[in-house]
Design a protein around this ligand. Structure first.
Ligand code: HEM
Length: 496
């Protein structure tokens, strides 16, 4: 009998613990959906039957238009979701100081994962400021211009690769990952990763391992998100020692080769070498900068390019219109110069329209560092210090009140300066915005737009029936926007 009573008491205690915060939003008069014990409002965080983005869709669609902010519960932790671009702008830009950190900081174990632990994305306050300031000068227009010929080399290799296999069907994501791995390896280390030659090049395999979310990582992130007080004890290790060692060795070999052969190239490694001299960086700090560029640089952009190709393949009118713009601006080798790439407005609009429909990162978040009020059209919420504020990127991008006919791939919606307008209003935020906006945005735009221009100039693309797009479904085993079954495309050579 006592045993049964103990068990019952335990069950009741766990239930009370898990549901303790369920009236948090009610007490503050903030609208919120009803939460379920253990799951809160995001059951797929735990069950992973579907991508958790679909849970967020439900909340967004139920409350949008009724309130500018909605509370929800992640397992047992209250979070605040913003539903109006004006309020998103408050958090990202106007009140940046109160929301300068994201909830992913402190998550990485610096002892076991020193390379990831120094990535600005995972840092906070002064440390974040310092590391971000170290990397920012590597992405000035002048430095990007120096990197551009390296990208053009890879473009020629990619075009040849497609040409040689023209009768095959390509998974756009695999193809684009080959391209971005080669670009990023070339721009960081000045080496050819050989993605278009070898079936499984080592750098690509190591890159894949760097960011392949294991079940253990999902479990740890679930625990950390749900029970933030455990953050101190439950640390996430993204990269294994094998992978870390591979990248540290790669950097050391490249440094040695450059020193011995007196090679000077104004690439990313050169920037890191200058930093070592100025700031006395040790090898781990140097490797961390290079590995950050590698991890942040290849996966997000390859997802973005792949989806842009998919949308172009589906929309022949847009593809032809883009081809006209590209063909007008190509040189004799079928390449577009750095300056021209930045001036091609339809290309920019096509890429941003693909980023709107398929943002690689579907949400971002901020931690509130001082209690602060948010207001919109007379409605107010007080955000407590420590609250996780959730910014639903993909849901805003599909909001019909913000983007007319959101399911339509329609780059013309950004005609007449509207692209800047949407971005300035924080309605279109594939790269975030404000002080923590994506650090590699200009690089990402350069490598992605260059690839789209080269492909539409050389090939006509269409969707292959292997693509499971009725509708496309997000892969629940990935953090980023990756579709189940891949995005399969056919290429037809154009006479150029
Ligand atoms: C199409 C490609 C890319 C997309 C869509 C993308 C998107 C994002 C987003 C949404 C954030 C969070 C911003 C926020 O919370 O406000 C971010 C942060 C970041 N991204 Fe990117 N990114 C891309 C490519 C790149 C590349 C190529 C690099 C580096 C070479 C890079 C480096 C970073 C870094 C370092 C941060 C953290 C910034 C900070 O916390 O201060 N990203 N990115």
């Amino acid at each position: 009998m006592i045993f049964i009573l103990i068990i019952l008491a335990l069950i009741v205690s766990v239930y009370i613990y898990l549901t303790w915060n369920f009236d948090y939003w009610q007490k503050r008069n903030v609208p919120a959906p009803k939460a379920t014990p253990f799951f809160g409002n995001t059951p797929n965080n735990f069950l992973r039957k579907q991508h958790v983005t679909y849970d967020i869709d439900k909340i967004y669609n139920e409350f949008k238009g009724k309130t500018p902010f909605v509370g929800f519960i992640q397992t047992r932790e209250p979070q605040l979701m913003l539903l109006e671009p004006e309020v998103v702008k408050d958090v990202l830009i106007r009140k940046f100081n109160a929301f300068r950190n994201n909830p992913f900081t402190d998550m990485i174990d610096p002892k076991n994962d020193p390379l990831f632990a120094q990535n600005p994305f995972f840092l906070k306050d002064e440390e974040w400021k310092e590391k971000r300031a170290e990397i920012t000068p590597a992405f000035t227009i002048n430095r990007l211009k120096v990197l551009y010929p390296l990208i053009q080399d890879v473009l020629l290799r990619m075009v040849k690769y497609i040409q040689d296999k023209i009768d095959d069907t390509f998974d756009a994501r695999e193809l684009c990952a080959k391209y971005t791995v080669d670009v990023v390896s070339n721009c960081i280390f000045g080496i050819d990763a050989q993605s278009f030659v070898k079936e499984k090049p080592e750098i690509r395999e190591m890159g894949r391992k760097l960011f392949a979310p294991s079940t253990l990582i999902f479990v740890k992130m679930f625990i950390v998100n749900s029970f933030p007080f455990l953050k101190k004890f439950v640390k996430v290790q993204f990269s294994t020692f094998e992978v870390q060692q591979f990248f540290v060795d790669l950097m050391k070999q490249t440094l040695k080769y450059r020193e011995e052969n007196k090679i000077q190239r104004e690439d990313f490694l050169d920037h890191v070498i200058q930093l070592r001299k100025k700031k006395n960086l040790d090898e781990t700090a140097m490797a961390s900068h290079t590995i950050s560029f590698f991890t942040d640089g290849f996966e997000t952009s390859s997802i973005a390019i792949a989806h842009a190709l998919y949308e172009l393949a589906k929309n022949k009118r847009v593809q032809n219109k883009l081809r006209e713009e590209v063909n007008k601006n190509c040189d004799g080798n079928g390449l577009v110069s750095f300056e021209t790439l930045n001036e091609m407005s339809y290309l920019d609009q096509c890429f941003y329209e693909a980023l709107r429909m398929h943002p690689p990162a579907m949400f971002t978040s901020r931690i509130c560092d001082e209690t602060v009020d948010l207001e919109f059209e007379g409605k107010k919420v007080t955000v407590d210090k420590g609250m996780n504020v959730f910014l639903p990127i993909i849901q805003m991008h599909y909001d019909p009140e913000i983007f007319l006919e959101p399911n339509k791939f329609h780059p013309e919606r950004f005609d007449d300066g509207e692209l800047k307008n949407y971005r300035d209003r924080c309605a279109l935020i594939p790269f975030g915005n404000g002080g923590r906006q994506c650090l590699g945005m200009k690089f990402a735009l350069m490598q992605s737009k260059a690839a789209l221009a080269a492909i539409v100039h050389n090939f006509e693309i269409s969707v292959n029936e292997k693509t499971q797009d009725n509708p496309l479904v997000l892969d629940p085993n990935e953090f980023l926007n990756i579709k189940i079954g891949g995005l399969w495309l056919n290429f037809t050579r154009l006479s150029v």
